[in-house]
Design a protein around this ligand. Sequence first.
Ligand SMILES: [Cu+2]
Length: 119
Amino acid sequence: MKTMKITLIPVAIAAVLSFSAMAADTPDMAGMKMDAPKTVAGKTHHGIGVINTVNIKKAKVNITHEAISSLDWPAMTMNFKVTGKQALSSLKPGEKVEFDLSEQPKGQYVITKISPLKH
Ligand SMILES: [Cu+2]
């Protein structure tokens, strides 16, 4: 009977340890998911440009933007995907805008905020 006790106790301890490890994992993983866009990508850059075209259906805008020094980007014309519920219909070609740019995990840059440039 003594031998049974000795073998059962480590099993019980192992079961408790693995259970608490699983319980501890859940909040850690949730925290990692939340932090990922901030640490891996997700840095916000600020740009100024002029709207060329607005594609509301695809949530895309074509912008000729000024140089963005935080990205080491020269001035250029390019398409951007716009995330979130932006009022794209209020943007007009030829309009000067300011926008926030965020790097997504796949290295794509999306506009997270865009509005007419206030003088
Ligand atoms: Cu560009």
